[in-house]
Ligand binder design. Structure first.
Ligand code: NAD
Length: 459
């Protein structure tokens, strides 16, 4: 049966029936499905790369590193699933003697995964891998703005999995809203903050728990105590990867006034090194996903003064890697998440100003700090809040499986990657086991004469 031929309600019903059989709870079943998921990626690399090229003109290297690279996370889950699924012993206080306690991870049931278009393959596969490892059935809704990847995902999942276990529902906002009207056991949403609110509102009607992986303006502080060339190279890479359409790309730079000009010169050199004289001709530079986003980004170019780049080509949805100076905090480029290849640079004379600016905005998904100064590093860590922090690099924190990935405040709710993905799609069931061989009477009525003992136990 093909998922697209069934109604949403039918698919959910089939998945509920399949979940009830208990098959997904079996660890061997989960392991087999993870191996199948690995096959989905390994056997279709070329098709994945082509779909990403058609949607975003994504360079093959970037597709490999950031989308096919999910293979590393699948391998990690395959390696650890037996440990993750084991019930964990929990200590029990003496008052509860002779009881023993354990925590059992159990699957949630049927989950919904909604993805955006910027890493349209990876942002479906990574949450799906968590859902499979934790023993759930899943419905996947890829982004309509990356239609080639969406189609491919639908074809691949249909080929490798039964829709009663994993199904792809393609479509746009309306389809997403139809899905959100249904009851799920968890909704994992990646996308913008505004849509995140819509998802949470819909989920609340069914008391469905949510993970919201959202966006925001991730600041990048550049102190004067740095290795200038490495700093510029790492910022340029993280910002212009996927043409800036990365949720954790540095959104804007806050630079110590003393080194601003040097940093700008160095970024220019790195851009030349990466993409040559004309990035429009470079096969290593992606395009904007859609006319609507292109127009939104072009409108930002009216803000401030363009110091590097600024060229655009609507017929190709091309926007050159661009650095802008002298923006005002009230400009739209500083009010909205940029999510494109435009990098505003704001100078500060004292780090206190930079920290105050960051704290005046909603909590970001990522915060970057370039500085060798340990005291400054500590100060920024202590005085700001963000989903994650990366010191002296950009974006690479995403690749560390042992670090939870997620936002805080407006940048999201919940976390995943590595074991955290398994946790997100599991319920941790508490189990206290009391044996029959001893039945101490101190807690039972009649209470007469037992209060002094209780007072001694509680203190
Ligand atoms: P989006 O919020 O517009 O769309 C995401 C998904 O939601 C799509 O599948 C879309 O069909 C659906 N959707 C859109 N409008 C909807 C509505 N009104 N009701 C129900 N569903 C709706 O996001 P996008 O433009 O695809 O992606 C860009 C945003 O995603 C940026 O803000 C970026 O920071 C964020 N993002 C976050 C992460 C992360 O891991 N935290 C990763 C990638 C992107």
């Amino acid at each position: 049966m093909i998922a697209q031929e069934l109604s949403i309600t039918d698919i959910i019903r089939k998945q509920r029936d399949f979940f009830k059989t208990g098959q997904t709870k079996d660890i061997h079943f989960r392991l087999e499905q993870l191996k199948t998921l690995k096959q989905v990626v390994t056997e279709n690399k070329e098709a994945i790369i082509n779909a990403l090229k058609a949607d975003l003109k994504k360079p093959e290297f970037e597709s490999y590193a950031t989308e096919i690279g999910t293979l590393l996370e699948i391998d990690h889950a395959i390696k650890h699933i037996k440990t993750w699924t084991k019930p964990q012993k929990a200590p029990v206080s003496l008052q509860l003697f002779p009881g023993s306690a354990k925590i059992y991870p159990e699957p949630l049931g049927v989950v919904l995964i909604i993805a955006p278009w910027n890493y349209p393959f990876q942002l479906i596969i990574l949450p799906l891998l968590g859902a499979i490892a934790a023993g759930n059935c899943a419905i996947l809704k890829p982004s309509e703005l990356a239609p080639h990847t969406s189609r491919l995902l639908s074809q691949m999942m249909e080929k490798y999995f039964e829709p009663a276990y994993i199904a792809v529902i393609e479509g746009g906002v309306q389809t997403s809203q139809q899905l959100l009207a249904e009851k799920f056991d968890h909704i994992f949403f990646t996308g913008g903050t505004a849509v995140g609110k819509i998802v949470m509102e819909a989920a609340a009607k069914n008391l469905t728990p949510v993970t919201l992986e959202l966006g925001g303006k991730s600041p990048c502080i550049v102190d004067s105590d740095i290795h200038l060339e490495h700093t510029a190279r790492r910022i340029t890479w993280g910002k212009f990867l996927n043409a800036g359409q990365t949720c954790i790309a540095p959104d804007y730079i806050l630079v110590d006034k003393k080194i601003k000009q040097n940093l700008l010169n160095e970024i220019q050199k790195r851009l030349q090194e990466f993409y040559g004289n004309n990035p429009a001709k470079s096969s290593d530079y992606a395009r904007i996903i859609h006319q609507k986003h292109f127009d939104r980004l072009v409108s930002f170019l009216k803000n401030g003064e363009i110091r590097i780049g600024g060229e655009t080509n609507p017929s190709d949805l091309y926007i050159a890697p661009t650095v802008v100076d002298n923006v005002s905090l009230t400009d739209s480029v500083m009010q909205e998440e940029i999510f494109g290849p435009i990098l505003p640079v704001i100078e500060y004379t004292d780090i206190t100003e930079a920290i105050a600016l960051i704290n005046s905005k909603p909590k970001p998904l990522a915060l970057y700090l370039f500085s060798n100064n340990k005291n400054l590093q500590q100060r920024v860590l202590q005085e700001t809040s963000s989903g994650g922090v990366c010191i002296n690099d950009t974006v690479m924190q995403y690749a560390v499986s042992s670090l939870p990935f997620g936002g805080v405040g407006d940048s999201g709710i919940g976390k995943y990657h590595g074991k955290f993905s398994f946790d997100t799609f599991s319920h941790y069931k508490s189990v206290l086991h009391n044996p029959f061989w001893l039945d101490l009477k101190w807690r039972y009525a009649p209470y007469k004469g037992k209060l002094p003992l209780l007072k001694r136990l509680i203190g």
